[in-house]
Every structure is written in C-alpha cells, then in structure tokens.
Design a protein around this ligand. Structure first.
Ligand SMILES: [Zn+2]
Ligand SMILES: [Zn+2]
Length: 413
C-alpha cells in the first residue's frame, strides 16, 4: 500500500456487543489499514496535505468503543478514515503557501466546504450549526475524518478546503500546534459564555478540561479558576497551568471550597431508601462551571456547583444519561451547549496556544506510528495506567510498515 489510512468500519453487531459487554469494548475496537479513497470534492479550492501529527479525540474513542449516541448518525458517513485534529504539511502546487508549510486544518464540512449556497446559520457566521451537512454532492459527513470520501488525518495524505487551512505561526512547536482543533472547540465554547465569570470550576482533567482551564485564565485574567480532576498527572499539569485550586473527586472538597469562596453552605436533604441520593444543594457556587466530561455524575455536579443564576458550559459531549435535573430549574442555571467552531476560533486557538507562560505542550503525552493503532487507542482510553492526556499518531513515511512496531515514542518534556 502506498497511500493509506486507518479506516473505521461501522458494524452494528459489534456496537451492540460493545454496549452489552462494555468491559470488552476496548478489546473489540477495530481499525483497518487500507488504501485512501479517490477524493471527491464539490467545487475547487481543495488542497492536498501530508498529515504529520493527528490526535485521538474523545469522540473517536467513543466511536471505537461503541459508545456514541446515534443522534448524529444521519450526519456521518462510514466507513471513514478518522482523524480531525491534524497538523500537516502542505503538499499541493495550487496552495497559496509553499510545499512543506506547516498547517492546521479546520475539518468542518459546512456549506462553504460543500460548495453550496450558505444556509442561514452559515450566513450568520455559525458553520457549526449548518443545516446542510448531509446535502450536495458530498453527502452526509460533519467533519473531515467522519466522511467516506474525505480521509481525516490518521492517514498519509488528506485533502482540505483551502479556506479552512491555517498556517502555524513560526515557533509554536508541533505539540502545541496539534492541539489547535480541541483548543478551537474550547475557544468557541468560552465565547458563548454570557459574561465574565469571577469564579470558574472546570470538571475534568482531560485535554478539553485542561485547555479550558488555560484558555479561561488567558481570556479572563484575575479570575478564580478551580478544576476537579481524577488522576495525579492531571492535577500536576493543572497546577502548572495556574489553577487556583485542584479539587479531588470527593463531594466534601467541593462543599468546603464553595464555602471558602462564597460563604455558601450545603443544605441538608432527606435520604429516601430506594431513591438515588440527590445532588447536593449549595446556597451559592461558581458563576461558571465547565463540564468537560459529560457523564451523568459530572452533569449533576456541574448543575449543583453553579451558583443560582449561574451557567454550565457543556463541552464534554454528553450522551444518553440519567441525571437529576432539579437544580437546573430550581436554581435557574443556564446550560449552554457548545459544538465545533466558527470563523476566528482557529486563529484564536493558535494565538492562545502561543502563550509561552502556560505549558500547553505537556498535554501531548504519547505518540504512536499508525501501525501501532491498537496500542495508541489503549493509551488514549486508559488515562490512569498510561498517565496519558492527548495521544497522537505520528505519520512518518508514505508506506504501510505493517507488523508490530507497537512502540510508544516518548516525547521529551
Ligand atoms: Zn474531536
Ligand atoms: Zn450551512
């Protein structure tokens, strides 16, 4: 195989089995090395790129573990070569930059990329809300990397609309640059927050949570920015990024911190046999809580930890959950959902990642060659065991090396 990528084939029996036996889901995750599709574009303006680093996202691992909600299934097309967090080299004579220029890719497949007249959301500057992501000759697919004819970055070559390719500022460094797409998600989400928060809590110490902490501290200088994480290596980096306090998972820690910050207290609640324990009721709390996990437990905690009239920013790709939403209405908490990015979020993210005082590069903990995909996915899923945050593929040559180069190439910090 000359040009190849890692394909995800949607198998409903496998997804059903992974849902029935979640403990086996990782062992049953599959990618298939295979030749790249003949690219099919609508309109001109696409250029060829050579991916060099491509991240593994939580939405990729959710897909591989059979955990994704079918809610978006009408807007995705499989099989697909995955990978939407891409640092690449320009490899096109018709690009406005010389061959070999380092670039990052906005993978959105909204009206502009499809060569369609803009829908009303795209026309208003919100391609992330596009109404036509299953229309035109491209057919369904929300992003490069979730489209059968347009490979993502887990490949030796890919194609992107030239208007969605952004040169990397010189001196940024590859480990910071490969974080541009997740940082653009965070940049976009923070832009949806109605007012500057004086007190912020981030729930979750993964890539998105730690980026949210760093970008929030850059955007709103001087705020109190706390974070709740599960693992020691996440806590370490959170402190290095400037967290005001790093809270452990126990609810008692949140209670005493809210009391310390606001004087708020926890109101006693009934414990009813046979009914799940309700979320704690605090009389005060954080102006903004960012849920960067998206589980039932973190959504409940976020709603409980926000002050009355506060905001929860749901950036953790919440799927099907059973949660007690009483605090949502009883405390007038606004839940703001966020997805993707609009114009300006990639340039904003590149600028934010350039802040040298914040050690964003330490977020990229592991890199693997494409043939070691099995180990790469394992490292991306098992955070505690691997002490992993962002795991990336490093694409070197144009040839499938096959076999068992199942070795992690360590980044020197
Ligand atoms: Zn992603
Ligand atoms: Zn549109």
């Amino acid at each position: 195989m000359a040009e190849y990528g890692l394909w995800y084939d949607l198998s409903l029996p496998r997804v059903a089995a992974q849902r029935l036996w979640p403990r086996e889901a990782l062992r049953w995750a599959r990618l298939r090395p295979g030749p790249l599709p003949e690219p099919r574009f609508s309109g001109g303006g696409w250029i060829r790129l050579r991916p060099r680093l491509a991240g593994i996202c939580g939405s990729d691992t959710a897909l591989l573990l059979g955990k994704s909600s079918p809610f978006l299934s009408g807007l995705t097309g499989f099989p697909a070569v995955l990978g939407h967090e891409v640092l690449a080299l320009v490899d096109s004579p018709n690009a406005p930059w010389p061959r070999g220029t380092w670039v990052v890719v906005d993978p959105s497949l909204a009206c502009a990329a499809r060569g369609l007249p803009l829908c009303r959301f795209c026309a208003a500057g919100h391609p992330e809300r596009c109404a036509r992501r299953d229309e035109g000759s491209l057919g369904p697919g929300m992003l490069l990397g979730y489209h059968p004819d347009l490979p993502g970055g887990w490949a030796t070559a890919m194609w992107a609309p030239v208007g969605q390719v952004h040169p990397v500022p010189s001196g940024l460094g590859e480990r910071r640059a490969v974080l541009t797409e997740p940082a653009a998600i965070v940049h976009h989400g923070l832009g949806l927050v109605p007012a500057r928060p004086e007190r912020l809590l981030v729930i979750g110490g993964g890539t998105i949570g730690l980026l949210a902490l760093g970008l929030a501290l850059e955007r709103w200088t001087g705020i109190t920015a706390d974070i709740r994480v599960r693992h020691a290596h996440q806590a370490e980096l959170a402190r290095a990024l400037g967290a005001s306090a790093v809270l452990p998972g126990e609810p008692g820690a949140l209670e005493s911190r809210i009391h310390e910050l606001t004087g708020g207290r926890r109101v006693p609640q009934l414990r009813v046999p046979g009914i799940p324990e309700p979320p704690p009721f605090f009389t005060d709390g954080y102006d903004l809580v960012i849920d960067a996990v998206g589980s039932a437990a973190t959504l409940e905690t976020a709603l409980a930890a926000a002050r009355p009239g506060g905001t929860v920013l749901a950036v953790g790709a919440t799927g099907p959950v059973r949660a007690d939403l009483t605090p949502l209405w009883a405390r007038e908490v606004a839940v703001v959902g966020t997805y993707g990015y609009g114009p300006g979020d990639f340039t904003g993210a590149l600028e934010a990642l350039g802040e040298q005082a914040l050690p964003f590069e330490r977020l990229v903990t592991h890199r693997f060659p494409l043939p070691a995909w099995r180990k790469a996915v394992r490292a991306a899923v098992r955070h505690r065991r691997y002490r992993s945050l962002k795991v990336v593929f490093e694409i070197q040559g144009g040839r499938w090396e096959g076999g068992a180069r199942d070795v992690a190439l360590a980044f020197s910090s």
